[in-house]
Design a protein. Structure first.
Length: 506
């Protein structure tokens, strides 16, 4: 795919506006330094002596929380606004050796949810606390969950922050939860992604939006887009990534409401019997099904699709459907590792696959989607290309030993992603929905700064001195940086020499 070229003369006078950070007016829901007994402030310990308030170590003051061997601390219940973003920060010290086979997770942090009566709800957000010999700062972002009210309204849930030791001892101090904005979340996600040793090089298929015209129209015209993410705990990890904040940045004015209908280990058989509560009540514009544990039960898939369309017909609505193959791979025994070096993303159109539609789950689901005029995204192929490509090259690729290393870099346990893995999963969906990139340029002090969206993965920046059939294009050797969702390259102007630049990818 070639992107239209941008002519950059040596005396270019274009201006590339820099993003100027703005102060956030945050509401603080929780701030605990643990200098006062936490149980008097609503914190709950689970596990007796396995979770204690201690003076053995602290980041500030003299006290902190500590837990070991499954011991857990749970914060007071916090009121939230449906789908509001929150910033979680805390200090941790985890000086032992991680004891989670196949994962880099040392301990867990989580956001757990409850109804207004304090009854626990199913959807949650789990991730890793990593090993550290000394105190470190942790920064995470949480999108609040919600319940369905009447006529598609969204009702708030209560949230508690959980700290849970897996095996070795972990210390926690200075916990803060406060509101933030999608713009800040997108930039936080960029900064975290920039630190990963491997970056996504996914090239989405050209025909990927054939069955999503209404969804793309809502994004392009800055409308509300309500998405129900239906599936199991792996789908929950994808839903808990910040891909909606990234997409809102790519499509100014769009408001994406990302709602999870998640059951850990959930199957399509469960959802076909619970469509009213899990899907219809939210009145989605897009139903995204993924990570489902039931594999090839296409009869259950068909039942869900038929019910969705019948409900739309009765309500005078149109809900588009996107079905994902398994997003990520468990890290246990070889039979469970379903990523493969020979897998590449299958085209959404069966005839677009030169080798034909393969046998098995990916191929069966592709044919099912084609028959039902449903959009299909082969995330198994996309994940395989990443793990056996950029990740393997960076030393964090497929399992190479009995402990599941180095693939364990992406996981908090044998099956689920930590926030590193979630960033990659979120980038996959961001790239899938991303519009064609625009290459922009600015000249300052004899240097040229070129920029294009980070979501436009797999592109090379090329340059030539002339245009036309005889033009010789070469990849520009340059160091990329990430700023506000943009790939940034700065190069010299070469003494006024006229140059042409373009983005190119296979």
């Amino acid at each position: 795919m070639k992107i239209p070229k941008l002519r950059i003369p040596g005396t270019l006078a274009l201006i590339l506006c820099a993003w100027l950070p703005q102060a956030l007016l945050a509401d603080t829901l929780l701030s605990s330094d643990f200098e006062t007994n936490p149980t008097t402030q609503g914190w709950t310990s689970i596990g007796g002596s396995l979770a204690t308030w201690t003076t053995n170590d602290a980041f500030s003051g003299t006290h902190s929380l500590t837990a070991t061997n499954g011991g857990t601390w749970l914060s007071p219940l916090l009121p939230t606004t449906p789908l509001q973003w929150y910033r979680l920060s805390f200090k941790s010290k985890a000086p032992g050796v991680p004891a989670t086979l196949g994962a880099a997770g040392y301990a867990y942090w989580a956001a757990s949810y409850y109804d207004t009566n304090g009854n626990p709800l199913v959807p949650d957000q789990y991730s890793s606390i990593f090993a550290s010999a000394d105190w470190v700062t942790n920064e995470f972002r949480i999108r609040a969950k919600c319940l369905a009210g009447t006529n598609g309204t969204l009702l708030p849930e209560l949230m508690a922050i959980r700290f849970q030791a897996i095996n070795p001892q972990v210390f926690i101090d200075d916990v803060v939860v406060e509101t933030t904005t999608p713009e800040e979340v997108a930039q936080w996600g960029d900064a975290q992604y920039d630190q990963l040793p491997a970056k996504l090089a996914y090239v989405p298929k050209a025909d990927r939006w054939t069955h999503l015209p209404l969804t793309l129209n809502r994004l392009r015209t800055g409308q509300n887009l309500r998405v129900v993410m239906l599936g199991d705990s792996v789908q929950s990890d994808t839903q808990n990534s910040p891909f909606d904040a990234w997409l809102e940045r790519l499509y100014p004015g769009a408001n994406i409401q990302l709602i999870d209908s998640i059951i850990g280990g959930g199957t399509m058989e469960y959802f076909e019997n619970n469509m009213a509560a899990e899907v219809f009540a939210y009145q989605p514009d897009l139903l995204c099904i993924g990570g489902i544990s039931s594999d090839d039960n296409l009869a259950a898939f068909q039942s869900v699709v038929n019910q969705m369309r019948a409900n739309d017909l009765a309500a005078g609505r149109t809900t588009e459907i996107l079905i994902l193959t398994k997003q990520w791979s468990p890290n246990t025994v070889a039979d469970d590792y379903f990523l493969d070096p020979g897998y590449t993303e299958l085209d959404q159109v069966p005839a677009g696959n030169p080798g034909g539609v393969p046998a098995g789950y990916r191929g069966d689901l592709l044919n099912f989607c084609a028959t039902n005029d449903i959009e299909y995204l082969d995330l198994t192929g996309v994940a395989s290309e990443f793990i056996y490509g950029p990740a393997a090259a960076a030393g964090v690729g497929p399992p190479a030993n009995a402990n599941g290393d180095p693939y364990s870099y992406w996981l908090r346990d044998l099956i689920h992603s930590n926030d590193r893995g979630k960033l990659i999963q979120g980038r996959m969906l961001e790239a899938f929905f991303a519009p064609p990139p625009v290459l922009t340029a600015a000249q300052t002090a004899g240097a040229l700064t070129l920029a294009w969206p980070l979501a436009s993965t797999g592109f090379n920046l090329e340059t030539a001195t002339t245009l036309g059939p005889g033009a010789v294009w070469s990849t520009l050797p340059a160091t990329f940086t990430i700023t506000n969702g943009q790939n940034i390259v700065t190069t010299n102007l070469n003494g006024g020499l006229q140059l042409f630049y373009r983005l190119s990818r296979p």
